[in-house]
Design a protein around this ligand. Structure first.
Ligand SMILES: NC(=O)c1ccc[n+]([C@@H]2O[C@H](COP(=O)([O-])OP(=O)(O)OC[C@H]3O[C@@H](n4cnc5c(N)ncnc54)[C@H](O)[C@@H]3O)[C@@H](O)[C@H]2O)c1
Length: 248
């Protein structure tokens, strides 16, 4: 789907997107590249990262696991050395490891909390000093309907995504006086993560969408573009659903 006739202009900006090797993160990174930004893409899957982005101009790649705070700090410093700063950070990397709570393993719990909650924290902690030095910045986190309303088989994911909402609001309060905003989007898009849902459950999920369909991943990007824009300077601490009405 086309993003429409209004071409946003992010030339001169540097945007960091985590989990940008595929899915929603890939589309967000593509959107900003198309809009003239330099784009840094973090993903732990080096093969997929290189397949998706290898050789693309104005793109900096880091094969990094966002739950590793030291690796993230180094990777963020490399982006700053490459681009001179970071204007926008999009914390999008995610995984799902579903099971009802009485069957949930330590590994399923820890890995989901590590990627979503810890990963959102490590990147935010590392980019804020650079944004403070610049006197401006945009942090955009990716949460979920499940983080607000819960879901069967996803208590780990719900805890992580609910945590991201509370984190978003706390950080928004901490950084507002430095010209930095911190917001979240709550997507609903057809990606590999959704394709992994069992068919009967997926049919039920699709039926619950007022718009009657899952979005294309590319339909998430313009909402992120708005939150990253100068026009959104007075918007902070919100969760913007881009979900066809699911969260109504
Ligand atoms: N697709 C949806 O409908 C939907 C709904 C609500 C929320 N979300 C959220 O949107 C985000 C993107 O989801 P998606 O559907 O595009 O999923 P996806 O599985 O297609 O992409 C996720 C990306 O994150 C990367 N990743 C995973 N663990 C990582 C780590 N430790 N470090 C760095 N990168 C890592 C993966 O390699 C992959 O490229 C996730 O945070 C997800 O929870 C998606």
């Amino acid at each position: 789907m086309s993003i429409g006739t209004i071409t946003p202009d992010f030339s001169g900006s540097t945007v960091l997107v985590t989990g940008g090797a595929q899915g929603i993160g890939y589309e967000i990174a593509s959107y900003f590249l198309f809009a003239g930004a330099r784009v840094a893409v973090f993903d732990h899957d080096k093969t997929r990262l290189d397949e998706a982005w290898g050789g693309v101009e104005h793109v900096h790649l880091s094969a990094v696991d966002v739950s590793d705070g030291n690796a993230v700090r180094t990777a963020v410093d490399e982006v700053v050395a490459w681009a001179g700063g970071i204007d926008t950070a999009v914390n999008n990397a995610g995984i799902a490891r579903d099971a009802v709570v009485w069957k949930l393993t330590d590994e399923q719990w820890d890995s989901v909390l590590a990627v979503h909650a810890t990963g959102t924290f490590t990147v935010t902690r590392s980019v804020v000093p650079h944004m403070r030095a610049a006197g401006a910045g945009r942090i955009i986190n990716v949460t979920s309907y499940t983080g607000m309303h819960g879901n069967v088989g996803q208590s780990n994911y719900a805890a992580a995504k609910g945590g991201i909402i509370a984190f978003t609001k706390s950080v928004a309060k901490e950084v507002a006086r430095f010209g930095i905003t911190c917001n979240a989007i709550s997507p609903n898009a057809s990606t590999a993560m959704v394709a992994a849902v069992p068919p009967d459950k997926l049919a039920e999920m699709t039926a619950s969408v007022p718009a009657g369909r899952f979005a294309e991943a590319s339909e998430m990007a313009p909402a992120v573009g708005f939150l990253a824009s100068q026009q959104a300077a007075y918007v902070t601490g919100i969760v913007l659903p881009v979900d066809g009405g699911v969260s109504m």
